[in-house]
Design a protein around this ligand. Sequence first.
Ligand code: SAH
Ligand code: SF4
Ligand code: F3S
Length: 524
Amino acid sequence: MNEKQRKEQSQIKQSNPADIKSDQDNLNRLKDKTSDDFIKYFEATYEPPNLRKAQKRGKQDVKYHDNFEIDEQFKGLGTGRKYLIRTYGCQMNEHDTEVMSGILEEMGYEATTNQKEADIILLNTCAIRENAENKVFGEIGHLKPLKVENPDLIIGVCGCMSQEESVVNRILEKHHQVDLIFGTHNIHRLPQLVENAHLSKERVVEVWSKEGDVIENLPKRRQGNIKAWVNIMYGCDKFCTYCIVPYTRGKERSRRPEDIIQEVRHLAAQGYKEVTLLGQNVNAYGKDFDDIEFGLGDLMDEIRKIDIPRVRFTTSHPRDFDDRLIEVLAKGGNLMPYIHLPVQSGNSNVLKLMGRKYTREQYLELVGKIKEAIPNASFTTDIIVGFPNETEEQFEDTLSLYDEVGFEGAYTFIFSPRDGTPAAKFNDKISMDEKKERLQRLNKKVNTLSAEAMKKYEGETVKVLVEGESKNNPDVLAGYTEHSKLVNFTGPRTAIGQIVEVKITEAKTWTLDGVMVEESVEVS
Ligand code: SAH
Ligand code: SF4
Ligand code: F3S
């Protein structure tokens, strides 16, 4: 099928929530067909990333559903069966896994960590960089023998990779052990999809390229009872030129404030000690409302009044970090003085090519404003090195910006071209060796500044939310400070789940060691 035909077909039959019934009929008709038929079906219903079209996506399509319920007919389907979900990528995916686990458990499935005893294995995938995708393809390969041993096993691929046409085609053509593929907008359809996969024993593919719905009351099986994630918005409309997320997650849709506040209140009542408000571009919250003026600052101002000791949010985009938000964060209390503020590059020309919509100077000005309002604020960031044709001088601007801000940590990446994004089409003269060398230089700086930031804590007493035993030593407890520093310390197990005071005895590059201050259990 050529590009023109595909476009015409996808206009005629674009898969979306409204015509799911006919999608389902089509799928049923496809039972007993070959991979080729599925590929044809997928090509007819899928739209590849298209910047111009995606940027035009309208507001009016967002629908709110507050009545998610699992139909009785699906409730016993999982009885006596076990599920396992492997999660890749960001917190958004981690949280989606909590929702899918919740749905599967309401269907009667039980969680397992042993893949040999699982009846359904889902890979919740990430498409952000090529190596993220390679990991998943590796894992799909590893699962093949399990399927041979247990032909009833359902293997599913979901998450961001399944929103990509090339990935779905590759799976359909080459990885016949995969029974089920569904996209990021189809999670609430899990009961139907799983039933379909069980009954038909044929491959089930459901990927909606058109998003738009916000669905409330989804069940959740949260990981742990101390910290919780709360989605406040979905999608991203920023279209940074290198990034696949606006295509895999769709347009920005905010949850209604009352739904979020109710969820946070509920978590507080259940005894959770920390919530992190989640969104790909979290401070664009509320921009899509046309009936109320209500942004992230307003939301935080409400949430800070809820009796939950710690509130965080991620990820911020510098462009949307407004004065109202800074003013509210400055009120402190349960709003933590730690901000992850991805900069990506310290050079204004590179930022322009990245489509970040701010300059080096504007970023520094924003940081200055935040530091002035919140003097104890600490910052971490994300940086991409080796963006196409980045010069040595431009890279050095990133190094100098790192010093100027005084970042205390960073996630650093080599640019990875993503199919369908504008930057993937840029010619690039910089060799991979050069990019790797820059990444090393940057990482050296990241480590040095982190170690310096940690050193300042030696001899200080900090508040730590204790999450459990340290990974390597059960006699040592571990938790995070208000500034999100990991602390390993000696103390009683009764401190787990509490905020306690810890005196720092030694700083390492990425962690702190300490001793709990006696009788500090229950401080907050
Ligand atoms: N929404 C967040 C984070 C998105 S993904 C934000 O805008 O800040 C997390 C990080 O992955 C990004 O901040 C960026 O540094 C990196 N990233 C995204 N696309 C990439 C690509 N194509 N190649 C390399 N790194 C990428
Ligand atoms: Fe991607 Fe973040 Fe840019 Fe959105 S704001 S396009 S998620 S890097
Ligand atoms: Fe990856 Fe999707 Fe998150 S691409 S970073 S899992 S939004």
